[in-house]
Design a protein around this ligand. Structure first.
Ligand code: IPE
Ligand code: IPE
Ligand code: MG
Length: 225
């Protein structure tokens, strides 16, 4: 049986969830943040799961209206501040990926703070992808290693990426069947699950059902079984 050691999720559908109820899009982001907490807690209690990487803000999401972007930044900052105690209580190590230099100094400081204050936690590693785009990640990695005398290998490139761990199970909520620039290198052999459920409606039960299906898939990695 496969183990879903690294689960990655494209948390999509917050805006539509709110709009369906006649609410502002940002209400969907608030509801989505609660689901981040539930799913992280669930994963922290499942010893097979080592890593949970959640797509929270893409390099393309800056294209959204200024007020929505500002709301997302504030929500992220509040989330990290409020949830620090839960991270520690659940022994979850927070390890952001993405280029956070584009964020305000105060948000960068909060991110750094939660990273440091959970550094001793040796349970689940939760990565939030923040100002993350896989193409940007690969370019930044190549620029880091381009002056090396040796040829670039899979190992040296991987080591220069923000996320150095292959994805076993990649889930996208919200009904669309695309990767939207998420973990392109690391998902080369990931099992992909696309579900129609909008992120604020996604439950630990939904995740459990996907994991059960995942454990039964024959993963061949190009070989034969
Ligand atoms: C995902 O939900 C959250 C972020 C991208 C920050 P969306 O905001 O994309 O919600 P929809 O897809 O418009 O419904
Ligand atoms: C992907 O969702 C990014 C995040 C979930 C953070 P988007 O809503 O931004 O993706 P597209 O625009 O539908 O591809
Ligand atoms: Mg979306």
């Amino acid at each position: 049986m496969n183990k879903a050691k690294h689960i990655a999720i494209i948390m999509d559908g917050n805006g539509r969830w709110a709009e369906i109820q006649g609410k502002k899009r940002v209400k969907g982001h608030e509801a989505g943040a609660k689901v981040v907490k539930q799913i992280t807690t669930y994963c922290s209690a499942n010893k097979d799961i080592e890593r949970l990487t959640l797509y929270a803000f893409s390099t393309e999401n800056w294209k959204r209206p200024r007020l929505e972007v500002e709301f997302l930044m504030k929500l992220l900052e509040n989330y990290l501040k409020n949830e620090l105690a839960t991270y520690v209580a659940n022994n979850v190590h927070f390890e952001p990926i993405g280029d956070i230099k584009a964020f305000s100094k105060s948000l960068q400081q909060t991110i750094q703070d939660v990273k440091e204050k959970t550094a001793h936690c040796d349970g689940l590693i939760q990565s939030l992808a923040l100002n993350y785009g896989a193409q940007d990640e690969i370019l930044r990695a190549l620029n880091k290693i381009k002056n090396s005398e040796n040829d670039i290998t899979e190992a040296t490139l991987l080591d220069a990426l923000d996320c150095k761990h292959e994805v076993d199970l990649l889930i996208r909520t919200g009904g669309d069947h695309r990767l939207s620039n998420f973990l392109l290198w690391q998902s080369a052999y990931a099992e992909l699950f696309f579900v129609d459920t909008l992120w604020p409606d996604f439950t630990t039960n939904d995740l459990e059902n996907i994991i059960i299906k995942f454990t039964k898939i024959e993963r061949r990695f190009g070989g034969l079984k």
